[in-house]
Design a protein around this ligand. Structure first.
Ligand SMILES: Nc1nc2c(ncn2[C@@H]2O[C@H](COP(=O)(O)OP(=O)(O)OP(=O)(O)O)[C@@H](O)[C@H]2O)c(=O)[nH]1
Ligand SMILES: [Mg+2]
Ligand SMILES: [Zn+2]
Length: 344
């Protein structure tokens, strides 16, 4: 790999790493132990290392230089292969290529956490077990709009529904179709409608996101039986998933396209976003925002609020509007809880 193809920033990153003092306790790769720089794709990020795939499909477990904590699945990196394996690790990641985009979420300890990079489509997986939550779908949609990444809403486990129940959930999802989101009802268990899903996956890199237990890894196994991803039953007591998948992983699909399985998130807050970003995250508000009587309208009890009028006229779905206020309220609550935690 020609060094001149690295940006100045990346070269500086590498220089800094080489000049850093090497702690006696912690092992560090020395320059003479490593081969040429080469490009690779991060297919899994673990706590202390990452699995990097070469353009020919070989996967090497790599350490990360200490300045590079924020390496995630989907990242394109520059790395070097060691002359020999050390403590089960084959090489080291030296620098990160610029990202096309990043999927983020707030984290109580690290502030903002990047979950994945270079994503072309976010597939929001929901299910009827755990109970279907439109509020969680709306949270993810705000993230998709903020990052400007197209979304697909998938409802899994429809094999558990009677005909009447199917009609009821389809009616619930119709409000998303109305505002231009694609939705898909399917079953990883019976394979129903899995062919439809294939069509959405053929290009670019997609990621499954959603609560624990909705069946993200089960869908991976349906699409790629040889993968044999670990799945875990939804708890009979709490009705919640058991957080079976612990690290995101990128897979290549036979018909083209990449698919990332991600771990379900316990608490998916939006306090890393500004209130304005949440408002902008509701695509059906566009064109109406800015036409309220008062410029600082909070769209609650304010007189002549154009959004509320649009709800009354049926132009904005009442459930979405209610969720919008719930998102803003829970954002405020978690922000103050975070300050409390930081202070004590
Ligand atoms: N009835 C039914 N059960 C399903 C279906 N898909 C998945 N399940 C079950 O749902 C449970 C959870 O599935 P997982 O694939 O582990 O869920 P996950 O979303 O990957 O969960 P995390 O890895 O914890 O985030 C397992 O017991 C699966 O067998 C489906 O289409 N129908
Ligand atoms: Mg899983
Ligand atoms: Zn208003």
């Amino acid at each position: 790999m020609n060094k001149r193809r690295l940006t100045q920033n990346q070269q500086r990153q590498i220089q800094r790493n080489h000049h850093k003092k090497i702690s006696k306790k912690e092992f560090e790769w020395q320059d003479e132990m490593l081969g040429e720089l080469q490009s690779g794709l991060v297919v899994t990020r673990h706590a202390k290392h990452a699995d990097v795939e070469t353009p020919t499909g070989a996967i090497f477990r790599c350490n990360l230089r200490r300045t590079l904590k924020n390496v995630v699945v989907g990242d394109r990196v520059f790395w070097r292969l060691g002359n020999e394996q050390l403590q089960g690790i084959s090489g080291v990641i030296e620098a990160l290529e610029p990202r096309q985009n990043a999927l983020t979420r707030p984290d109580y300890y690290d502030g903002i956490k990047v979950m994945a990079a270079n994503i072309d489509q976010i597939i929001i997986v929901s299910a009827v077990l755990p109970q279907l939550s439109l509020n969680i779908i709306d949270r993810y949609l705000v993230i998709c709009e903020t990052a400007n990444i197209p979304a697909l809403i998938v409802l899994n486990k429809i094999d558990l529904l009677s005909e009447a129940e199917r009609i009821a959930v389809q009616q619930q999802l119709a409000m998303y179709e109305k505002i231009g989101y694609q939705t898909l009802c399917l079953s990883a268990d019976t394979g129903e409608n899995m062919g439809e899903l294939d069509r959405y996956l053929a290009q670019g890199t997609s990621i499954f996101v959603g609560q624990s237990g909705v069946g993200k890894s089960s869908l991976i196994n349906q699409l790629l039986p040889e993968v044999n991803a670990l799945t875990g039953a939804v708890s009979g007591n709490s009705g919640l998933g058991q957080h079976t998948t612990t690290a995101s992983r990128l897979y290549h699909l036979p018909q083209g396209g990449n698919l990332i399985d991600s771990p379900g998130i316990r608490e998916f807050g939006l306090w890393h976003l500004e209130a304005e970003q949440i408002t902008q995250g509701y695509r059906e508000f566009q064109g109406i925002l800015g036409t309220c009587k008062f410029r600082d309208c909070k769209h609650k009890d304010d007189p002549q609020c154009a959004l509320r009028e649009a709800v009354a006229e049926g132009k904005i779905d009442a459930i979405r509007f209610e969720n919008y206020h719930r998102l803003l309220e829970s954002r405020e609550e978690s922000k103050s809880q975070r300050h409390f935690r930081k202070d004590d």
